[in-house]
Design a protein around this ligand. Structure first.
Ligand code: NAP
Length: 280
């Protein structure tokens, strides 16, 4: 079999290679689009990561998703685009003209999900972002890319928020965690990028009733699917965007880069992944 006729195979590289929904998502699209290809999970320890990635093609892969703890190393070993550089981590690798390239698809996953759930969200004057970890970097970069003029950043550890703000420039303003209540009244968009609300974590204790009536609420947490924050926002009649939507949309770009067709995030795919999440 020649390289041209060999089925295209991508993989997820992690350590431990946790139970990921990526194979489910990519196999669904391969089936739907009638593409002969595959997507596997590769458990690679930190000490073996550089060698594995350098020999990605020799291992038979056309590209990869990268997850904990390899995302920063993946950035250093590849030619990153502006999104991966800004986020400081790469989650998608592909080979182009013999070079290993990388991007961070959380940015477009976040933006595409909001576009799908709350069209017009980017007319908000101010966004309130809770959290300052890796996911917050992708969110802040995406908000700036879409022209949100004022981003209020609040994190439990204020120094971490300050260093993120220093990186992203004048549109990002840091406030203390205990001022969230006051910030809500100005926020056309509220985004939870902390792990609060996740199974096993305390809920995010804020009063969404203080948000403007047209506000949009996004939560990156997807386990559970209906976080206390989203449930409260919907009860107030606010538009919401959930973490599963972001997870599905972030997978689109990798698939397109590896298999050459842009797949659709459908209700059927969502139901499939929802059912899988419900089993664990
Ligand atoms: P991370 O880098 O570890 O950051 C965690 C954030 O949560 C930090 O801002 C941390 O604050 C905050 N936090 C944790 N416990 C807290 C508490 N008890 N009170 C207040 N703040 C708390 O993690 P990450 O990669 O950014 O991920 C954050 C969340 O986003 C996770 O739930 C992850 O599953 C989710 N996520 C979802 C998607 C998606 O596609 N839907 C993509 C990426 C991430 P400190 O700085 O003070 O510790």
């Amino acid at each position: 079999m020649t390289t041209a006729t060999r089925p295209r195979i991508a993989c997820l590289i992690g350590w431990p290679a946790a139970h990921s929904r990526s194979p489910l998502i990519h196999h669904y699209w391969l089936r739907k689009l009638g593409i002969e290809g595959g997507y596997s999970i590769e458990a690679v320890p930190p000490e073996g990561f550089s060698d594995f990635v350098r020999r990605l093609s020799a291992h038979g892969f056309i590209g990869a998703n990268v997850t904990i703890p390899h995302k920063e190393r993946a950035l250093a070993l590849s030619l990153p685009d502006a999104r991966a550089r800004a986020v400081g981590a790469a989650n998608t690798l592909w080979i182009e003209s013999g070079e290993l390239r990388s991007t961070n698809t959380d940015v477009e996953g976040f933006l595409a999900n909001l576009d799908a759930c709350a069209a017009g969200w980017d007319s908000a004057e101010e966004a309130l972002v809770l959290g300052a970890g890796g996911a917050a970097r992708a969110v802040v970069f995406g908000l700036i890319e879409r022209g949100i003029k004022r981003i209020r950043l609040v994190n439990r550890t204020m120094e971490r928020a300050q260093s993120l703000a220093d990186q992203f420039g004048a549109s990002v303003h840091v406030s203390a965690w205990d001022t969230i209540g006051e910030q809500l009244a100005h926020a056309g968009l509220l985004i939870n990028t902390t792990s609060l609300g996740m199974h096993g974590q305390p809920a995010l204790d804020i009063d969404v009733g203080r948000l403007p009536l047209q506000a949009v609420v996004a939560d990156l947490v997807y386990a559970p699917l209906d976080t206390p924050l989203l449930v409260a926002a919907r009860a107030k009649g606010l538009k919401t965007a959930d973490g599963l939507g972001m997870l599905l949309y972030q997978a689109v770009r990798g698939f397109e880069l590896w298999f050459g067709q842009r797949p659709q995030v459908t209700a059927e795919l969502r139901r499939l992944v929802e059912a899988d999440l419900a089993r664990t």
